[in-house]
Design a protein around this ligand. Structure first.
Ligand code: NDP
Length: 294
């Protein structure tokens, strides 16, 4: 059994990206730019936005962070997105989710220029991915497929079971696995006999948001398990922070699976690396250059 080291894979990828950014800078005369928009003061979102900005700068890209207060109107947010669409220095736009309740999330996401949609949530990019065209792909599943290909090489013919069907993780994950010629089953909260289905998976992806739901006996011996879940358990004592766990009972799974991503340190670090990869790809496309191999 091995643990798939997402932290190391992400660090290596970020180094390769930084080298490609330097080459882009030399060729084009400017750095790729990523704009991140945060509305409100949600502490977790604020941390994510901070880490994204830091990673962008470390990769040699230009970072534009817009922190707006929670009362910002939908019209003002849409106006900012349009301004960023028109800004030549900006290759990628990311609006941190969730947005406050008075803002229509899908309206905002669909206002982002699809060629700058580095989160890959625009319907145009979702549609392109579904029909097998070149698209900007959501960062988390993009990171998972990267780890799977590094671990397993060719995925063709393997049975992949994806638990979760969100637009952000489950659905694009299934599309990416299909594009790699895996045989794909998508499971969700209405799936019957989930445990038996999971046990048929050569590749099991858990993207559910339920702490340690997938037990050791849900896993086929020798399977590769990708645990996307990030769940914080209630703290053991007052004042402490609860432990971070995934959707898979890792210790049980370790006795059965061939390889598994830990939480933390598995899929999480790959998400930011793929955001940088998407920004680099978007910058090349906008300059009419071929996307670099990463
Ligand atoms: P959503 O809540 O949008 O989707 C969860 C999915 O799980 C739904 O499709 C739901 O089914 C399904 N589900 C819920 N309960 C069950 C159950 N008992 N049995 C089977 N399926 C079930 O979550 P996300 O896709 O956004 O995220 C999933 C997890 O991944 C979360 O823990 C999140 O924190 C984490 N995450 C991690 C990221 C990272 O960078 N590592 C990035 C994004 C997310 P139905 O559709 O029927 O309701």
């Amino acid at each position: 059994m091995s643990r798939i080291d997402g932290k190391a894979a992400a660090a290596a990828l970020r180094e390769r990206i930084a080298a490609k950014v330097a080459a882009f800078r030399q060729q084009v005369g400017r750095a790729p730019g990523l704009a991140v928009v945060l509305v409100g003061e949600d502490p977790a979102s604020s941390v994510y936005v901070g880490s994204k900005g830091k990673a962008t700068i470390e990769a040699g890209m230009e970072s534009f962070t817009h922190r707006l207060n929670a009362a910002t109107s939908e019209a003002d947010l849409l106006a900012l997105v349009k301004k960023l669409n028109a800004d030549e220095r900006v290759d990628g736009i990311l609006v941190q989710l969730p947005l406050p309740a008075h803002v229509d999330e899908s309206k905002v996401l669909d206002t982002i220029d699809p060629s700058k949609d580095v989160d890959g949530f625009h319907v145009i990019n979702a549609g392109k991915l579904a029909v097998g065209q070149e698209a900007l792909v959501p960062c988390t599943p993009y990171g998972c497929i990267h780890l799977l290909k590094e671990e397993l090489g060719d995925l063709s013919g393997l049975h992949a079971v994806v638990i979760g069907r969100s637009n952000i993780v489950g659905k694009p994950m299934a599309q990416l696995l299909l594009a790699e010629n895996a045989t794909v089953t998508i499971a969700h909260s209405r799936t019957r006999n989930l445990q038996e289905i999971a046990r048929t998976a050569d590749i099991l992806v858990a993207a559910v948001g339920r702490p340690e739901m997938v037990k050791g006996d849900w896993i086929k011996p020798g399977a590769t398990v990708i645990d996307v879940g990030i769940n914080r358990l209630p703290p053991a004592e007052e004042g402490a922070r609860g432990k971070l766990v995934g959707d898979v009972a890792t210790e049980e799974a370790e006795g059965v699976a061939k390889a598994i991503t830990p939480v933390p340190g598995g899929v999480g670090p790959m998400t930011i690396a793929m955001l940088l990869a998407n920004t680099l790809r978007a910058a090349h496309a906008r300059e009419g250059l071929e996307a670099p191999e990463l």
